[in-house]
Ligand binder design. Sequence first.
Ligand SMILES: [Zn+2]
Length: 110
Amino acid sequence: MHELSIVQGVVELCEQHCGGRRVLAVTLEIGSLSGAVPEALEFCFEAATKGTLLEGAELEIERVEATGYCSDCGVVSPVETYFDSCPSCGAPALLLRTGEEMRVKDLEVE
Ligand SMILES: [Zn+2]
């Protein structure tokens, strides 16, 4: 995953929504299967926000654990990969409910 381009996307999105005011804090929701590494996002954030309205803003990352829904038995269970089978009935495929999130949840402006 290219964390820098993700962060640049976040910066763009925030600048579009902050009405020209300085951004004080950004909260991101990152699913465990999104492929984005929170530590790497934090690492890129400072560099990517330099000279933007987000410079100096605080970055808050909320991790979202992946869960999958079993259409055979109706159980929702935590999953670690796309290929987990249902822990309850053993069905081979679960429909992903959460875990792919990669979005700006909250934005605090001046
Ligand atoms: Zn099942």
